[in-house]
Design a protein around this ligand. Structure first.
Ligand code: GLA
Length: 349
């Protein structure tokens, strides 16, 4: 009888939002909060899963995870089993106990935390350590779970952040070639904190998929493969509204990622704060993914003296991220976040 425990972290994206599925740039880091999956091998080829925080169960044949009833967290479990098998990994019967401390639908990617923990748990049961596996391929596999089983046409930002997270570093992701450059996050006495807007989102049903469709339409109109190339198109501004605004966001956000890397390297926190504000304005006005509860959370951070604050993740709810100077007092519900390690197997419990 084998027992393993795997942990998948949530993530914060410092800057570079809605750029990943446009072949663009992002600057996330994995955080200490996440999802833990305890897995025990089970004879008979069935998977029996319990989402302990929800008090819900699921059970199915490992060899043929059913689509019917694969809603919410069950879609992640069934989808991970199906995608691992499709990719040639051995998946036997298992009892799973899933717990987490990253709010679901809170903008910190509870979803990638869950799918990466599940995948590593099944690999651990099969005798792997998750270290020998191609983590970019695993990120794609976890992304397929979300795309094909959960119905959210999300990109690779969250899975790459969870699988490549590094203590003390943010990751500059280039989603065109999947190159990953660690960037030291040396904030001195400054802090990055997240504040939950209280509004939950589900990307499968929010405007997220619509934004993706709009970007695809913009590409078709401009005759480019991806919006990464839109700047080179004749005149991206000639697009009909709202596509012109969507493209403007993506191009300006890519530029802000590199400006943020420069600001971090120069230790210029004020410049980083200004970039966070500019990112939020662009996400609110050009990409239109903010909602009143998010604006209220931003206003609270700014009233508390944040040097910059922006919506984080897919939008339509979730959390905001804010940068505070030494001496500022973040709102009482703010949670300070720091770059933590990547998804991994823990000692067997
Ligand atoms: C969600 C998705 C990511 C990314 C962000 C927006 O977190 O899962 O792929 O698109 O939204 O930057």
């Amino acid at each position: 009888m084998t027992t393993v425990r795997a942990f998948g972290p949530g993530r914060v994206n410092l800057i570079g939002e809605h750029t990943d599925y446009n072949d663009g740039l992002c600057l996330p880091f994995a955080i200490a909060r996440g999802v833990t999956v305890e897995a025990r091998s089970l004879a008979g080829g069935r998977v029996e899963a319990r989402a302990a925080d929800l008090g819900e169960d699921d059970a199915f044949a490992a060899g043929d995870p059913p689509r019917a009833g694969a809603d919410g967290w069950r879609g992640f479990v069934r989808g991970t089993v199906a995608e691992l098998r499709a990719a040639g990994f051995e998946v036997e019967g298992a009892t799973l106990r899933i717990t987490g401390d990253v709010p679901r639908g809170g903008g910190l990617s509870s979803s990638a935390a869950m799918s990466t923990a599940l995948a590593l748990a099944f690999m651990g049961l099969a005798g792997g350590r998750g270290e020998d596996v191609d983590r970019r391929a695993l990120a794609r596999l976890c992304s397929r779970v979300e795309n094909d089983w959960v119905g959210a046409q999300t990109g690779l930002l969250d899975q790459l952040a969870a699988l490549f997270g590094r203590v003390g570093h943010a990751l500059r992701l280039d989603c065109r070639d999947l190159s990953i450059e660690p960037v030291a996050l040396e904030l001195g006495d400054w802090t990055v904190a997240v504040v939950d807007s209280g509004e939950r989102h589900a990307h499968a049903s929010s405007g997220y998929n619509e934004r993706r469709t709009e970007c695809a339409r913009a590409c078709a109109e401009l005759g480019v493969q991806s919006l990464r190339d839109a700047g080179a198109a004749d005149d991206p501004g000639r697009l009909p509204a709202p596509l012109d605004r969507r493209v403007r966001h993506v191009l300006s956000e890519n530029a802000r990622v590199d400006a943020a890397v420069d600001a971090l390297r120069a230790g210029d926190m004020a410049a980083l704060g200004a970039l966070l504000d500019a990112s939020h304005a662009s996400l609110r006005d050009d990409y239109e993914v903010s909602v009143p509860a998010v604006e209220a959370a931003i206003a609270r951070c700014k009233a508390a003296g944040a040097a910059g604050a922006r919506i984080v993740g897919g939008g339509f709810g979730g959390s905001v991220l804010a940068l505070f100077a030494p001496g500022a007092t973040p709102p009482p519900d703010a949670v300070v976040v720091e770059p933590g390690p990547a998804a991994r197997l823990l000692d067997a419990g």
